[in-house]
Design a protein around this ligand. Sequence first.
Ligand code: IPE
Ligand code: IPE
Ligand code: MG
Length: 246
Amino acid sequence: MTGLDPTKMPRHLAIIMDGNGRWAEQRMLKRIVGHQRGAETVQMVVDQASGLGISYLTLFAFSSENWSRPKLEVRALMALLKKYIRNELRRMLKNNIRFNVIGNRADLPSEVNEILDDALRQTASNTGMVLTLALSYGGRQEIARAAARIAQQVQDGKLQPSQITEAVFSQYLDTAGLPDPDLLIRTSGEMRISNFLLWQLAYAELYFTDINWPDLTINALHAALADFQARERRFGKTSAQLNQRS
Ligand code: IPE
Ligand code: IPE
Ligand code: MG
């Protein structure tokens, strides 16, 4: 697309897909209709990201905290998820996308887990974009689970406390093997992280838009990417250091 530099794409794009419920409520529709429309936006974004050469796309689809929503909404979301994965599998295979899941899968219904396992298996050897869905995911819960596993390794004598570096800790997170996100987009005007990828977002560029997720267009997505490309990522250094050629 015009205006975007293909050499400066985020390697890893993470998105908090928010505003489905409000999108529906504003139209006097049931919230689930907003989630259904939101699933169409997911397809658009997956196609765009893989077409633009983004290597990793991570989507926040259901948080640990979302279990406290009304039972009916949770059930409808799980049903939609099953339908979405079934539909999306064909497209993932066609587009060489490798599917991945992070979050506490033990809390998901078994039929959902079966469909996820099937998609993981069938796309395991794909070499294109890695599409990660965060399901029943919470950043604090993930960090606590990693800490528990590390403690177990230490107790078993397989790891020394002095060996627990940032790199080692990362390998115990659900995102082991994925690079940290370069850009986080959140839709619907909320300016918070809501327990998403707390460790991994340490140096991500943040981009917030007022658009509700079902209304996100290709142009709006490209605008977020263009904004990212115009930023200077300093990682603690000075601007002069970054601009000196050596
Ligand atoms: C995001 O939309 C999808 C999920 C959290 C599952 P919301 O359902 O949070 O929509 P709003 O924030 O109520 O508008
Ligand atoms: C965050 O959205 C989770 C997902 C997008 C799946 P929420 O709508 O649940 O976040 P809060 O509760 O408003 O912060
Ligand atoms: Mg919300």
